[in-house]
Design a protein around this ligand. Structure first.
Ligand code: NAP
Length: 334
């Protein structure tokens, strides 16, 4: 390959925030035997990316500095290792990069073949890049934790999605509706119409007393809550749950684990379940198919060129994105 250096955005210590990001020229990575080299067309940022810089997993992640953050990318295969069987140069793909090495905020990235899937031509790079962590977290929380069957063969349930306007929530609302459920959602006033347009039956403004109570306006109790924000106590959820209702907590921390243990120890039928997504290629394939078939949309909050990645970083830290924040390495400056 003629070009040997690429533009990347890295940080070299914890706690630096947006001003800790540095624009550098580094070597284009070489794919290992089981990896593809991707020319990145779009990369999406998840809250965990800035939380890792902030020290959430200090001494575990990043494995070393300097570190190129972000793991969710879409682009084109430009090279591959000797054991790669399913991809060829020129394939458009979606991939989840490994958490140890990151690499998404760069012009090129290497991904394991096992966490890469073909991207249908109907799915744009930005739409594809939004899918891995946020899309699969929503998908698995809805299907594996809440027990919803997307082919509508299950009994309809009442589902609450909190922070429905966020990267995960917008997918969760759509997937819950795809499975033929009644969906109540919470978000800020400015996003109520958007969340209704994604199919939610009832939408509560979380800044009002009604929204803060999480009560369904139609009086329904929830079979499952896909809980995509933090800071809401069990005592608020408890009266709103059905007898066997569960809260699937997507931001699990020590207090979440305590709540889980307490409910189990007291034989409570209502449960609090901490949840962390595991990315699998089949899941990525399935989500890409749903987007291709028009059954799932990636809502894009904003797009930034790689040269302005620190603005995207500030935006994810602010916590007010509507859908996904995308960085496009093909647009280095403008
Ligand atoms: N466990 C897992 O596997 C997993 C996977 C992915 C993400 N996550 C976690 O899940 C959480 C959500 O991720 P995300 O990507 O969806 O975040 P995000 O995109 O940053 O969420 C931002 C949105 O949340 C809304 N919001 C904030 N607080 C709210 C509240 N109390 N009630 C209702 N809406 C609220 C904001 O609305 P306003 O702007 O109107 O305030 C904004 O639209 C993060 O903590 C993330 O780390 C976990």
């Amino acid at each position: 390959m003629a070009i040997k250096l690429m533009h990347a955005v890295q940080y070299d210590s914890y706690d630096g925030g947006p001003s800790g990001l540095k624009h550098v020229e580094v070597h284009i990575p070489t794919p290992k035997a089981n990896e593809v080299l991707i020319k990145v067309e779009a990369s999406s940022i998840n809250p965990v990316d800035w939380k890792i810089q902030d020290g959430l997993l200090r001494y575990l992640l990043p494995r070393k500095f300097p570190f190129t953050p972000c793991t969710d990318v879409a682009g084109e295969v430009v090279d591959f290792g000797s054991q790669v069987k399913d991809f060829k140069v020129g394939d458009k793909v979606i991939a989840k990069l490994n958490n140890q090495d990151g690499g998404g905020l760069a012009e090129f990235a290497v991904a394991s073949e096992s966490l890469t899937t073909l991207r249908p031509s109907e799915v744009s790079a930005a739409e594809g890049a939004g899918l891995p962590v946020a899309g699969l977290a929503a998908h698995d929380a809805i299907t594996k934790m809440a027990g919803i069957k997307l082919d509508r063969t299950g009994e309809p349930k009442n589902i609450l999605v909190t922070a429905a306007s966020g990267g995960v929530g917008v997918y969760a609302v759509q997937l819950a509706k795809l499975g033929n459920n009644h969906v109540t959602a919470t978000c800020g006033a400015r996003n109520i119409e958007l969340i209704k347009s994604l199919g939610a039956d009832e939408v509560l403004d979380y800044k009002t007393p009604e929204g803060a109570s999480l009560k369904s306006p139609s009086g329904r109790k929830y079979d499952a809550v896909i809980h995509c924000t933090a800071g809401i106590p069990w005592s608020t959820f408890e009266p709103n749950l059905t007898e066997n209702g569960i809260v699937v907590d997507l931001t699990p921390g020590p207090s979440s684990l305590m709540k889980y243990a307490l409910k189990k120890l007291t034989f409570s039928k209502k449960l609090w379940v901490p949840f962390i997504v595991t990315i699998k290629r089949e899941g990525l394939e399935h989500l890409a198919e749903l987007v291709k078939d028009g059954k799932l949309k990636t809502i894009i909050d904003s797009k930034f060129p790689l040269g302005k990645a620190e603005y995207a970083w500030s935006k994810i830290i602010d916590g007010h994105a509507t859908g996904k924040i995308i960085v496009e390495p093909s647009r280095v400056l403008f």
